[in-house]
Design a binder for this molecule. Structure first.
Ligand code: LMR
Length: 399
């Protein structure tokens, strides 16, 4: 059976996570995989979730099946979180999903049933797993340039020019906020321009929002989705609770669709239910159940929002400190962009050799494209980190 299979190519981010775990050096520093870390380098369970889990254990009376689309109150709370209370919910439907990745996959499978000949356009760069994950649904994948490394900003002219070559009906993946891996987000004006183009060329928006609340705030980070929802006739959104509810391993997310009208939304939701049933039958319950308790309880919801806001503010502070340290150490303003970017990631202009030297000689782990996890920056040791990075960069310049 398996003799014909070639060696699998390891996922770069997950492979780095394993190498880091196996490293026994006490001073090792993980700036790799995208998980939030506190000042002690730990990824804590949020207190609001702890309380919800206690409540869940005390009150849950059955573990009987829920449904392929999960819990309806959870889904409704997720629609409110992403689309806002004022959205026209008659034509929006959501299914609880196996994390944000599960949402991406089932939505791609759903669209493939409807538009098998469409291409999916993914930003270049993007989260590396977008490529195998969306490719597995069978769509042709195209890339659009996204980032201008010279300014540290999204390159709206390059984006528009590339997407203007898309064919009618093609699907465009947009990061809702906190672009992974660049941290360079679209401005409100950029979102308007992209929406103009989507409408003009009859393209279909597919938003991946995995970091809502990590950029400018929960409501602010939903600006792009909400702007699209006001102007576009239809769209889909993959939302994740991995980061903003800290439920990484529990696999909690939502696959949300907005159709042209109520009847179409109901029909598409029926098909989405079938896609889920054919994939894994039903999502796991525990994390979504705890999230539902948090989102539907005023006290726990306020506590969760406070905890999330502290995480966000901490990352903003770390960005500023690191950017300042890099300015001082490199004697240039070329790293100032880090302070202005959003969310968990920024990219450093490092070569493969720099990254290997930082890992081998300094026990500093950075993803191969230069992406750093801002939440992993070591409070109190940011100057020495900047020192190591600038030293390694300078050494190769002098070599
Ligand atoms: C990341 O980008 O590091 C996270 O989304 C974790 C993952 O699954 O790759």
């Amino acid at each position: 059976m398996f003799e014909a299979l070639p060696e699998a190519k390891p996922d770069a981010i997950l492979a780095l996570m394993q190498i880091f775990r196996a490293d026994t050096r006490p001073n090792k520093l993980d700036l790799g995989v995208g998980v939030y870390k506190d000042g002690n380098g730990k990824t804590p369970v949020m207190q609001a979730i702890k309380s919800a889990e206690s409540k869940l254990i005390e009150t849950q009376e059955t573990k009987a099946y829920v449904a392929p689309t999960g819990s309806a109150p959870f889904c409704s709370a997720m629609i409110d979180l992403v689309f806002g209370q004022d959205a026209d919910k008659s034509r929006i439907r959501a299914a609880q999903s196996v994390g944000g990745s599960g949402a991406l996959r089932v939505l791609a499978d759903l669209m493939r049933k409807s538009r098998p000949d469409a291409a999916i356009w993914v930003s270049d760069p993007s989260w590396p797993n977008h490529i195998p994950l969306l490719g597995a649904s069978g769509f042709t994948l195209n890339r659009y340039p996204y980032y201008d490394a010279a300014t540290g900003k999204a390159d709206i002219n390059a984006i528009l020019s590339s997407l203007s070559g898309a064919a009618k009906g093609d699907i465009v993946v947009l990061h809702g906020c906190c672009h992974n891996p660049t941290g360079a987000d679209l401005s409100a004006d950029d979102w308007e321009k992209i929406t103009d183009l989507l409408l003009e060329k009859e393209l279909f928006p597919f938003v991946d929002i995995a970091y809502q609340g990590f950029g400018d705030g929960l409501e602010e980070d939903a600006m792009g989705v909400r702007l699209l929802a006001k102007r576009m006739p239809e769209m889909v959104v993959a939302a994740s609770c991995s980061k903003n509810v800290g439920l990484y391993r529990e696999r909690v997310g939502a696959a949300i669709l907005m159709a042209q009208n109520e009847a179409e939304a109901t029909r598409a939701f029926g098909q989405l239910t079938g896609v889920i049933r054919a994939n894994y039958s039903m999502p796991p319950d525990h994390g979504a159940n705890a999230t539902e308790i948090v989102l539907t309880d005023d006290v726990l919801s306020a506590q969760w929002r406070d905890e999330l806001e502290s995480m966000r503010v901490r990352m903003v502070g770390l960005r500023q400190s690191f950017s300042d340290a890099m300015r001082k150490r490199s004697n240039s303003d070329k790293f100032d962009y880090i302070a202005n970017q959003k969310g968990m990631f920024s990219r450093l202009p490092l070569t493969t050799e720099h990254i290997a030297t930082l890992r081998d000689d300094h026990a500093i782990y950075i993803v191969g494209d230069g992406r750093i996890n801002v939440a992993g920056l070591p409070e109190g040791e940011i100057d020495s980190l900047a020192d190591a990075i600038c030293t390694v960069m300078a050494e190769s310049e002098n070599a």
